[in-house]
Design a binder for this molecule. Sequence first.
Ligand SMILES: Cc1cc2nc3c(=O)[nH]c(=O)nc-3n(C[C@H](O)[C@H](O)[C@H](O)COP(=O)(O)O)c2cc1C
Ligand code: SF4
Length: 386
Amino acid sequence: MTDTTSTNIEAAYQPFESERLSLPGRLVRAPVWSSTADEQGVVSDNTVEFYTSLAGNGLGMIVTGFAFVSENSRAVPRMLGVSNDDFIPGLTRLVEAVHAKGDKIALQIAHCGLNADPLYDPDGLIYGPSLIVLNGSTQAEKMGRLHKGNAHIMRSLTRGQIDRIIDEFIEAAERAEEAGFDAVEVHGAHHYLISEFLSPTFNKRTDIFGGGSRQRARLAVDVVRGIREAMPKLPILFRLNCEDFTPGGITLDDSRVTAAMVAEAGADIISVSGNNPVRTRIIKREREAYFREQARVIRQAGGRPVIVTGGIRSPEGVVEILEGAFADLVGIGRPLIRTPELPARWREGNFEPYDCISCNGCMRAGMEYSVSCVRTGENGSEQEAL
Ligand SMILES: Cc1cc2nc3c(=O)[nH]c(=O)nc-3n(C[C@H](O)[C@H](O)[C@H](O)COP(=O)(O)O)c2cc1C
Ligand code: SF4
């Protein structure tokens, strides 16, 4: 383990250059939905405040929480929307506020698939790659939001519906570009729609979108290629589960194939995550950076720069990732909810022990009102306010 005093934290503040994207530093605020939009999904004053509190602290870039590409693809309350042109003025205001503080910002775009809230579907249904009876573990089921009669069934998307969804992703990226975002991130992780297509657990299709890993990656590739063809200059990030960590789920071999295919289709950066992305109680160095080994493999396979996120808590952990060539960029989520100015502290040589205890109370707060740190006191999860 490296000693904090000898940590070469300067590595985290070195510029990053790729063909379409230049960043002033290597720390990226990982996508974290804030539940601060209004009920329609429009950027509110709270949204602007949430993101501007992150800016100006030495981050290389901020990636927003996921924004829905169609009305019936939204998952959480007060989620950001980008499903029609009416969202553009609010998104522009958000971008301008972050740019005014000198930071770059990317919009993450998503279809939430089986985790979409059926309340937003005209027929109260949820859709994914295949007809599957669910086992009670999805967000919609946990929130008790599946309508009676349709409960616990994921319907299989038709070819026509899939083509429409690809167009919705492309149109969402066009709106992001028009609003002035520096990049767009396609959400291909965490068992939202694209990741469900990638995962053999959910994708039982026998058409061109199902089968081996290359066929299961088809939706991801069509989305990325469609955006690249429509917007040759827009930097595209693709977020990917390195593994599902469940029997019959996505393996590292699968994600290597996907990374190479989306890179070839036009993705500039692969953002490596996995399931479960939000592991708890990262209170020892050994539990930090839980996807970093997989990130290194995907970096080699994809031939593109990689962001790794997940349990990265200490300046030593950041430096090890960058100097050990596990990844080119380091994503940080929960610690920046608790301490938005953390990157500035580190840059100034203030290496106070991190005090986000990865309890996920902020996530539960987001379901109720908006995302914020609920931990009080100094000593751990017993101190949680929720
Ligand atoms: C409240 C909350 C909201 C999140 N929202 C998103 C999201 O919108 N999109 C996404 O890809 N990941 C989301 N994540 C996962 C984070 O991007 C990140 O992968 C995860 O928090 C692990 O990183 P950390 O240990 O640095 O927090 C969310 C996590 C939390 C805690
Ligand atoms: S509630 Fe606070 S301490 Fe717990 S994970 Fe969220 S930011 Fe960290």
